[in-house]
Design a protein around this ligand. Structure first.
Ligand code: NAG
Ligand code: NAG
Length: 454
């Protein structure tokens, strides 16, 4: 990459269509000037672009998730997708957070431009940023959303393309969503229903979360016109990047920053989804970027999902997000460790060492508690318990696993599953394994009740 600023250029197809329109107007004897805000039909088949952008988390330590989603909004907007067709769900507690040294502004990379301006905020706060709202927005269930947020939905039809971008913490078969969890099976059922009801021509889903591959692996069919690209595979973490001293938090996530950096600089009318995937996979060396579903979508252009107008965005060379990146579930610990290292007074060092100790204690509770539950559920010796704690089995028994995780979230507040505690999510593999080993759901639920109350 050169040091020169690169102007993103997607004007080719627009220019072509502009010329075609001029010829047509000349042919019918009209000599009108084309207004500068003229909107071209975005897709070849006359369909529209729709987009749903979601940051599921809240709190300053999760700054990066809302920053990613605001940046995604700027990309779609600058490539001509109108606000009526972009829906944003985010808690919206960052821009005006008391920790924000630049009130009203959010950035997504070091020294970056504000990405918060103009963002449409359809669903905000922890009540509205919820899995059931998300699934209804996706399916266009307007009536059921009356009085909630802006009430905007993906009002799409058979010729339209839908782009979904979700960013938050995740674990096996789940992603965090405000105070709740979205389960893989519920997501897949909704996508299947949308396919049946002809709610889209093609749907592209970019997901940033730990274990995000597990939301689609073995579940997303190849013949539903849906392609999912995930930050990580079913068993590994996604990574936070760009620790910012002044803001005392991470500004982005590696996979998200990489695809958006690519969209910012490429000509989206000629770049294919496959090309973007390959670039992002190669350049994200912290996690394993994966694809699931209908690979035919790979040959489509990025503009067919992210907009085809020329972007006026000026793109600057950005620092490598892989450098200094940390697994998402370790972010709270790393923020305090980084601040401890940077501390210049004895008082600050004491403050951050106490924070590190607190965070270590919070984490330290997780494994022993889950181990206790596993040992009650299996009534077995240490070696077997250890095996179930460590294994990474594929998830097929979704009903059992969902019941276990929901019961855990309700019964074990110390695991903070309703507070997006990524570190605890990692340990949920023990419950995948219990279900896959055919331990009855009832037995698992009882063990949870017992283990958590002792
Ligand atoms: C996920 O990626 C890791 C690291 O590349 C690899 O060791 C593991 O086998 C992968 N798991 C799956 C389910 O693909
Ligand atoms: C990833 O790439 C960066 C530079 O691009 C390098 O500093 C880092 O060591 C790499 N990490 C791994 C795990 O390969």
């Amino acid at each position: 990459m050169t040091g020169d600023h690169v102007i993103a250029k997607n004007q080719n197809s627009r220019l072509f269509r502009m010329k075609a329109l001029c010829v047509l107007l000349a042919f019918v004897g009209l000599s009108v000037a084309i207004p500068s805000d003229f909107v071209f039909p975005p897709l070849e088949n006359g369909g529209k672009n729709w987009a749903l952008l979601v940051a599921g988390s809240n709190g300053w330590g999760n700054y990066r998730h809302q920053a990613d989603v605001c940046h995604a909004y700027q990309i779609l907007k600058s490539h001509g997708i109108p606000d009526e067709q972009i829906i944003v769900m985010m808690v919206d507690d960052i821009a005006n957070n008391k920790m924000n040294p630049t009130p009203g502004k959010i950035i997504n990379r070091p020294e970056g431009d504000d990405v918060y301006h103009g963002v449409v905020k359809d669903y905000t706060g922890l009540e509205e940023v919820a899995p059931e709202v998300f699934l209804k927005v996706l399916q266009g269930k307007k009536e059921e959303l009356a009085g909630i947020g802006s009430g905007k939905v993906i009002d799409s039809g058979p010729n339209d393309n839908v782009f979904v971008n979700f960013v938050d913490h995740g674990g096996p078969g789940i992603v965090a969503f405000g105070r709740k969890l979205l389960h893989a099976l519920d997501l897949i059922k909704t996508l299947d229903d949308m396919h049946k009801e002809k709610k889209f021509a093609k749907l592209l889903f970019y997901m940033e979360a730990c274990e995000s591959g597990s939301m689609f692996e073995y579940l997303l069919a190849k013949n539903k016109n849906i392609l999912a690209v995930t930050a990580s595979n079913a068993t590994t973490s996604s990574y936070a990047c760009y620790f910012d001293k002044k803001r005392k938090t991470f500004l982005g996530d590696v996979f998200s920053v990489k695809w958006m950096e690519d969209s910012d600089k490429e000509n989206l009318n000629s770049e294919t989804i496959e090309k973007q995937f390959k670039i992002v996979k190669r350049e994200t060396n912290t996690s394993t970027v994966c694809q699931f579903g209908d690979m035919k979508i790979d040959s489509m252009t990025v503009s067919e999902f992210q907009g085809s107008s020329q972007s006026n965005q000026i793109v600057y060379p950005i620092p490598d997000p892989n450098v200094g990146a940390v697994p998402s579930e370790d972010v709270d610990l790393h923020i305090n460790m980084n601040l401890f290292k940077l501390a210049s007074t004895a008082e600050d060092r004491k403050y951050y060492s106490e924070k590190i100790a607190q965070e270590s204690m919070r984490r330290g509770k997780v494994a022993p508690l889950i181990q206790k539950i596993v040992s009650i559920a299996t009534n077995s010796n240490n070696r077997q318990v250890e095996r179930i704690m460590k294994a990474r089995m594929g998830l097929f028994r979704h009903e059992c696993y969902k019941a276990a995780v929901e019961h855990l979230a309700d019964t074990c507040p110390q695991l903070e599953l309703r507070q997006q505690f990524g570190y605890a999510f990692k340990h949920l593999y023990a419950f995948v394994n219990l279900c896959e080993e055919s331990v009855p759901t009832e037995t698992i639920l009882e063990a949870i009740t017992k283990g958590c109350s002792q």
